[in-house]
Design a protein around this ligand. Structure first.
Ligand SMILES: NC(=O)c1ccc[n+]([C@@H]2O[C@H](COP(=O)([O-])OP(=O)(O)OC[C@H]3O[C@@H](n4cnc5c(N)ncnc54)[C@H](O)[C@@H]3O)[C@@H](O)[C@H]2O)c1
Ligand SMILES: O=C(O)C(=O)C[C@@H](O)[C@H](O)[C@H](O)COP(=O)(O)O
Ligand SMILES: [Zn+2]
Length: 365
């Protein structure tokens, strides 16, 4: 097994935390020093529990570890499921010294983090992400929350974890669509801020899709480093952090339209990034060649390039109107000034957005 372990820090002063990345870390890495009290509650779901719960418990020697197993799926990222975490904490008499441990993908991470932010007005939590998407994005940066039928991630809190443990071996059991979905958020970093990483991804996509260990740790490290840099500058999205939302205004509209069921978050973000790139091209920021590069890299990752066939421009506009980035009723989008440079702006003619929506909703070029 190649020794490809890497560590980096999310620099937030006295709330800084490490991200530990490598193969075979689950169960072998000792995380007990990150549990300040003597108890922890692992929050996971019915898919991940049989695969990794026992091993994860082994990462907390000397601690009393309980667990709660939630139903699996984005459609369960809601109040009812969140309450199951509070039920478990109260039934098992966990105090404010407890530590929650998120073991699973982004849905588990977002809900566990939000439960930790709320329980007894705030307890500690640890992220053990087990999907590529959660390893490169959702486990880092402290955005936590749940969905509302009228909008994605509409209820939540900023709450940072104590440590993030990424064991790349967990990717071996992922269903086929989950890897491309995670790659969408990886590609996002290249597009918004890291042109050299975008080139690296163009050269290494095949290695990533075959789960090559060295390439995978490099991609996760560079993704987490990019996100950590942005979060260190702007933890609560006062400005810069909004660039991490490239493709999400379109993507969240797709997820809400489809009822948080059929489209994966990463798939919706992939299509959303292409729509944002198309608009950037119509506004004269990106060249036709740049846009073609975006198409090719998303295609090479195995991502869908078109929104749901029954989604209309009006559906997009209605759902995008509730985006959290909007100010005074004006739609704010993350666009690409060039490949590797994002801009957050309301300053675009509505007609250009309508052209992009018409192109993607009518399936003509
Ligand atoms: N907080 C943030 O900054 C942030 C960033 C990006 C995405 N998100 C959120 O993350 C969620 C998407 O996360 P996701 O893509 O991880 O989806 P997910 O959590 O639904 O996980 C995908 C599927 O894979 C299963 N799974 C997880 N690990 C597995 C493993 N190792 N082997 C087999 N199956 C496994 C899950 O049970 C689930 O069925 C969305 O709700 C999105 O809004 C949050
Ligand atoms: O961390 C961030 O900031 C992001 O925007 C990362 C996104 O990939 C992620 O999907 C996030 O949950 C979206 O946040 P939201 O504020 O648009 O709900
Ligand atoms: Zn996302």
């Amino acid at each position: 097994m190649p020794d490809v372990a890497r560590t980096l820090t999310v620099d937030l002063g006295d709330r800084s935390y490490p991200i530990l990345i490598g193969q075979g870390l689950l169960g072998s890495a000792d995380l007990s020093s990150y549990v300040k009290g003597d108890r922890a509650l692992i929050v996971t779901n019915e898919t991940v529990a049989p695969l990794y719960l026992e091993r994860a418990t082994g990462s907390f020697p000397g601690k009393a570890v309980d667990s709660v197993v939630l139903p699996d799926g984005e459609r369960y990222k809601n109040w009812e499921t969140l309450n199951l975490i509070f039920d478990a904490l109260l039934e098992k008499r966990h105090t404010r010294k407890t530590t929650l441990v998120a073991l699973g993908g982004g849905v588990i991470g977002d809900m566990t983090g939000f439960a930790a932010a709320c329980y007894q007005r705030g307890v500690q939590f640890i992220q053990i992400p087990t999907t590529l998407l959660s390893q490169v994005d959702s486990s880092v940066g402290g955005k936590t929350g749940i969905n509302h039928p009228l909008g994605k991630n509409m209820i939540g809190a900023f709450h940072q974890p104590e440590v993030v443990l990424i064991d790349t071996d967990t990717q071996g059991s992922l269903p086929p669509r989950e890897l491309p979905a995670g790659l969408a958020e990886v590609i996002k970093y290249g597009l918004i801020r890291e042109p050299a990483f975008l080139e690296w991804l163009e050269d290494n996509m095949a290695a990533l899709r075959s789960l090559d260990a060295v390439a995978m740790v490099e991609a996760i490290y560079r993704s987490c480093a990019c996100k950590a840099d942005v979060v260190a500058v702007d933890e609560k999205e006062g400005g810069l952090r909004a660039i991490l939302n490239l493709g999400h205004t379109f993507g969240h509209a797709i997820e809400t339209f489809t009822g948080y069921g059929t489209w994966l978050h990463g798939e919706a973000v992939g299509t959303g990034m292409l729509m944002a790139a198309d608009l950037s091209c119509r506004l004269g920021y990106l060249s036709a060649d740049d846009l073609e590069r975006v198409v090719r890299v998303l295609q090479s990752a195995g991502l869908p390039l078109e929104p749901p066939a029954d989604m209309t421009p009006e559906d997009f506009l209605r759902l995008m109107a509730v985006d959290k980035k909007n100010v005074d009723g004006a739609l704010r989008l993350v666009l690409l000034e060039s490949l590797g440079k994002a801009v957050v702006t309301s300053d675009f003619p509505t007609q250009k957005l309508e052209e992009t929506l018409a192109r993607f909703c009518s399936r003509v070029s």
